[in-house]
Design a protein around this ligand. Structure first.
Ligand code: ADP
Length: 358
């Protein structure tokens, strides 16, 4: 703070010194130029320059000084033997020009200061709103966490009683009763997955720091983790150029890749070998990643909504899932201050892109 004040003071001293020097030069030339020329009008440059000087009324003081100098120069040269009728007129012209400039600079400076105040207020408002939003977001995440955490307990009770019914009392039930219990067990399983998804969602990025991540190594490990699904689908996965060192939340980034690759495997076309290509490039300070597949594709009208929580385009019987995977991806990308989107053609395939600051 103190250093900034000192540097401001030094800057002001330089600006004032230049103004004084400039004024003296003009005054000196004005004294030596024939008075038939309205050289005093050049003082208007000092007035324009006073825009840079601190203080609300500096241009007025500069105007007064310049007026005094114009009059001094007129008086000095106005000896009886050297009398010229134009001198008075030229001095008046110079003074008029000086004061026109004073008025213009004062008006412009006032307007500019007003604008600066408006901008400052706007910045303050944006700052406050962002803080409010962050707080609300945190509260919402906490609420999601607590709600989903507390929902687990009654769900566990329902599940264990349904299992008890299925094992110990099924002989007392008719076919409809047995089917009912199986529906109940399937529903509780689905609910368990949804709650787990919600809990994971609220936990994303809550207490992890950024690390240096080698994406090649990360992808190799993900391929090992997904080996069963990759082999079961006989998928052909190729990996292009990936960065060896980027700053990221590593667990979250791993989950992001894993979700996109799992989806690329899951939403494959019947009877077609899944082909998946993962690559990356650098663009305008951003790292752009892509996961491309040759799956079923996504219609244009659904390309935004699939990133919302619990949004699915298919029934659970056709493709399993909870509709939370891409919401996770979006939250992870936003945690890295990036963007995620999809380009796709129905029946041809989809490419999911995400960009994070390089
Ligand atoms: P889930 O996979 O559990 O359904 P997601 O949030 O991962 O949930 O995906 C939401 C929806 O987006 C999916 O139900 C599917 O319809 C669509 N989708 C996601 N990835 C792909 C993909 N690679 N190809 C086609 N559709 C996809």
């Amino acid at each position: 703070m103190e250093a900034r004040r000192t540097s401001n003071r030094a800057q002001n001293i330089i600006l004032f010194s230049v103004a004084i020097l400039f004024t003296l030069v003009i005054f000196f030339i004005d004294l030596n130029v024939p008075q038939s020329i309205a050289f005093g009008a050049v003082y208007s440059m000092i007035i324009l320059y006073s825009w840079l000087l601190p203080g609300k009324n500096t241009m007025i003081y500069a105007g007064i000084v310049c007026t005094v100098l114009v009059i001094t120069s007129l008086v000095k040269s106005n000896s009886p033997e050297n009398h010229n009728s134009l001198e008075g007129v030229n001095a008046i012209i110079s003074i008029i020009v000086i004061w026109i400039c004073v008025t213009l600079v004062a008006a412009a400076k006032r307007g500019y200061e007003g604008l600066e105040k408006v901008l400052e207020k706007l910045e303050d408002k944006v700052f406050e709103r962002t803080k409010d939003l962050e707080l609300k977001n945190k509260e919402l995440e906490q609420f999601t966490y607590i709600a989903s955490h507390d929902l687990q307990e009654p769900l566990r009770t329902v599940t264990s009683f349904a299992e008890l019914l299925a094992t110990n009392y099924s002989q007392h039930l008719d076919e409809n009763g047995k089917k009912g219990i199986q529906y109940m067990l399937k529903a509780t399983e689905r609910m368990k997955n949804l709650i787990k998804g919600l809990l994971d969602y609220s936990r994303i990025g809550s207490d992890t720091a950024m690390k240096n991540v080698d994406c090649n190594m990360m992808l190799t490990e993900i391929m090992e983790d997904l080996a069963t699904a990759i082999n079961a689908n006989q998928a052909d996965i190729t990996i292009g150029n990936l960065p060896k060192d980027i700053k990221a939340h590593d667990l979250e980034l791993r989950q992001l890749f894993q979700n996109l690759i799992t989806n690329a495997l899951k939403f494959k076309k019947d009877g077609v070998q899944p082909k998946i290509h993962i690559s990356s490039s650098e663009k305008n300070n951003y790292r752009l990643f892509s996961v491309k597949d040759n799956g079923i594709g996504i219609a244009k009208e659904h390309r935004k909504k699939i990133f919302k929580i619990f949004q699915r385009l298919h029934t659970a019987s056709k493709f399993s899932g909870t509709g939370i995977g891409l919401a996770h991806c979006q939250k992870i990308v936003e945690l890295h201050r990036g963007k995620i989107w999809v380009e796709s053609e129905v029946g041809i395939g989809s490419t999911f892109y995400f960009s994070i600051p390089a």
